[in-house]
Design a protein around this ligand. Structure first.
Ligand SMILES: Nc1ncnc2c1ncn2[C@@H]1O[C@H](COP(=O)(O)OP(=O)(O)O)[C@@H](O)[C@H]1O
Ligand SMILES: [Mg+2]
Length: 283
C-alpha cells in the first residue's frame, strides 16, 4: 500500500519544482509516495492512504469532471484538503463567509449567473472608475479582465458572456505599486512564508519564488492569519492567503486558496519538511 499519491495535472505529470521538494521530503521520512494525474483513469487512488491535491491546475476548465473525480476519490481514500472544503473553496462566494466573520475582503458586487448587468451603471452606483471583472469559479487569472473607462464596451461584452453560464464578481481595481499582491503560505494553520506578486502575475515562475520572498507587516500577517482561522473545520493542512494592500495601508483578502495553491516551497527551505511532517500527522 502506498502512503500518498500526489494529484497533479497532465501538463506537469512530474510535479512542479516546488512539489518535487515536498515529494523528496516525504520520501526522506520513509513514506511511499507516487504522483498521479487526476483525470488519468489508470490511477488507482484506493491504492494509497492519502490523496494530496497539489498541481491539479486545470480543474476550473473542467470543473464538473473534477467534482465527480473528487467525490469518487473521496470514497476511495483520504483526500487533503478535504473534499467538502475544496467544494466550499471552489466558489469565491466563500469570501462572503469570511467578510461575515470580520475579515477585510476586497469590496465585491456579486452578479448571479443568468442575470442581466449593466456595467456602466454598476460602476457609477459604486463610484468605481477602474474595476475588475472575474468569474466566481476560477483560478490562474482565467477570464479576469481589467475594466477602464476606455474599455467599457469590450468589458460589457465579456461580462454578458460570462454571465451566460457562471456567477461573476465585480471589484474596484486595487493598485499599490510596486507589489500589489502578497501570498502568505500557512501549513497546518501556522504561518510559514510569503512572496510578492506583480499585477496579473498568476504564474509566478516557481524558480522565482525565492527572489520574491518578502516579510509581511504585522498587520498583513494578522489579517491573513485571521482569514485562515475563519476557514470552516479548523486549520487546513495547507492554505495560501492572497492579499492586496492599498496605498493608505489598508489590507484586503483577495483569495484564500485551499484547493491546489502554489505554495512557493522553494522560497523557504524548511517549508517542504514542515508540510511533510503535517502530512505525516494526517497519516
Ligand atoms: N480587485 C482587483 N484589483 C487589482 N487587481 C486584481 C483585482 N482582482 C484581481 N486582480 C489581478 O488579477 C489577478 C487574478 O485574479 P484573482 O482574483 O487572483 O483570480 P484567480 O483565482 O484567477 O487567481 C490577481 O493576481 C491580480 O493581479
Ligand atoms: Mg489569484
Amino acid at each position: 500500500m502506498l502512503d500518498c499519491i500526489i494529484a497533479t495535472c497532465s501538463s506537469v505529470p512530474d510535479l512542479d519544482p516546488d512539489d518535487r521538494l515536498l515529494l523528496q521530503a516525504l520520501r526522506a521520512r520513509g513514506f511511499a509516495v507516487e504522483t498521479g494525474v487526476w483525470n488519468d483513469p489508470s490511477v488507482n487512488w484506493s491504492a494509497a492512504r492519502l490523496c494530496l491535491l497539489r498541481s491539479t491546475w486545470d480543474y476550473p476548465k473542467r470543473f464538473e469532471h473534477f467534482s465527480r473525480w473528487l467525490d469518487a476519490t473521496n470514497r476511495a481514500t483520504l483526500v487533503r484538503n478535504p473534499a467538502w472544503l475544496v467544494r466550499w473553496n471552489s466558489h469565491k462566494g466563500y469570501l462572503r463567509d469570511l467578510a461575515r466573520a470580520g475579515i477585510p475582503t476586497v469590496p465585491t458586487a456579486w452578479i448571479q449567473r443568468g442575470c442581466r448587468a449593466d456595467l456602466v451603471s454598476l460602476l457609477a452606483d459604486r463610484g468605481w472608475s477602474e474595476a475588475i471583472v472575474k468569474p466566481a469559479l476560477g483560478a490562474a487569472g482565467l477570464n479576469v479582465l481589467r475594466v477602464s473607462p476606455g474599455s467599457m464596451e469590450h468589458a460589457q461584452t465579456h461580462l454578458t458572456s460570462l454571465l451566460k453560464d457562471q456567477d461573476v464578481m465585480l471589484q474596484p481595481y486595487l493598485e499599490a505599486a510596486p507589489h500589489p499582491e502578497l501570498s502568505l503560505v500557512f501549513i497546518a494553520g501556522t504561518y510559514s512564508h510569503a512572496v510578492s506578486k506583480k499585477a496579473f502575475d498568476t504564474k509566478l515562475a516557481i524558480g522565482d519564488a525565492a527572489a520574491r520572498r518578502v516579510a509581511p507587516t504585522e498587520r498583513e500577517r494578522d489579517v491573513a492569519a485571521r482569514a485562515i482561522d475563519a476557514v470552516p473545520g479548523g486549520p487546513p493542512l495547507y492554505g495560501r492567503v492572497d492579499i492586496f494592500r492599498s496605498g493608505n495601508g489598508a489590507v484586503f483578502v483577495n483569495e484564500v486558496e485551499l484547493i491546489e495553491p502554489a505554495l512557493y516551497l522553494g522560497a523557504h527551505l524548511p517549508a517542504a519538511g514542515r508540510l511533510a511532517d503535517a502530512i505525516a500527522r494526517e497519516l
